[in-house]
Design a protein around this ligand. Structure first.
Ligand code: GLP
Length: 246
């Protein structure tokens, strides 16, 4: 079931998402967060940092597992998701970095590394709250449209549309990695609560298909309809194709 929370714009979406994450940390100080990268959550992370600085939030017992990482980028590469998390959130709050996990983009024996990542998420009891963005094509994490839903953490060939969408953050499209490691859909579905953030007209079709389309791996986010506690916080533009449904 998906609960839809309407936001006016990006700032409103960000504050609402940050409020929900912050409530999770207050209710369970040692919670496990599943975290996401991309442009969408940046505003929410900024808001969390602000509340931390005011003394309203304490991350000292929180642990986190990120959804995905580009293959071939080291953690200090400015476009790696480890770097993103450090610079947008972890470096500014009192989280214990040794309890923050991001798939290793440089793993040589990547199958073993993926299995170890799954084992670690499972041993942590799966996220209490899993934050997700959504790709223009309905991907979650880097689970691209496919003919089946993925299970655990795995190597992904990125689609041309995702490479193009993400090229805005690189100097040129040729620098965008063609592969990534991503938590699988089954792992994502094991989170106790799923919080999807979406803004902008580019996400409108994916948001519609996620909430009201058939449940199909051609729109990976559509499986979230089967989760017992999915919350979507979306701005007016992202909800513009949902019409009266939302
Ligand atoms: C990226 C990430 C996803 C993210 C999505 C949307 O490729 N792998 O985790 O949710 O695409 O990104 P953005 O928020 O920049 O639109």
């Amino acid at each position: 079931m998906i609960t839809i929370v309407r936001a006016h714009d990006y700032n409103d979406m960000s504050r609402k998402v940050a409020n929900i994450i912050s409530a999770q940390i207050i209710l369970k100080p040692n919670c496990v967060l599943g975290l996401a990268t991309g442009s969408t959550p940046i505003g929410a992370y900024q808001q969390l940092v602000e509340w931390y600085k005011k003394g309203d939030l304490d991350f000292s017992q929180v642990s986190s597992y990120n959804l995905d990482e580009y293959r071939g980028l080291t953690g200090d590469h400015p476009q790696s998701y480890r770097y993103f998390m450090d610079t947008n959130l972890f470096d500014h709050v009192n989280i214990d970095k040794s309890k923050t996990f991001v798939p290793d983009g440089m793993a040589e024996d990547y199958e073993a590394a993926c299995a170890a990542y799954d084992a670690a998420v499972a041993a942590a009891g799966y996220p209490d709250l899993q934050l997700l963005g959504i790709g223009n094509n309905g991907h979650i994490g880097f689970n691209e449209p496919d003919d089946h839903f993925s299970r655990g953490t795995h190597l992904v060939d990125l689609t041309e549309s995702t490479i193009e969408a993400n090229s805005r953050l690189f100097d040129s499209i040729d620098e965008v990695p063609r592969q990534a490691f991503s938590m699988g859909v089954q792992t994502i579905m094991n989170a106790k609560m799923i919080l999807v953030a979406a803004n902008g007209e580019k996400k409108a079709q994916a948001v519609h298909d996620m909430c009201f389309g058939p449940i199909t791996p051609s729109c990976p986010a559509s499986i979230l309809q089967l989760h017992t506690n999915t919350v979507l916080v979306a701005d007016e533009e992202a909800l513009s194709k949902c019409g009266e449904l939302a």
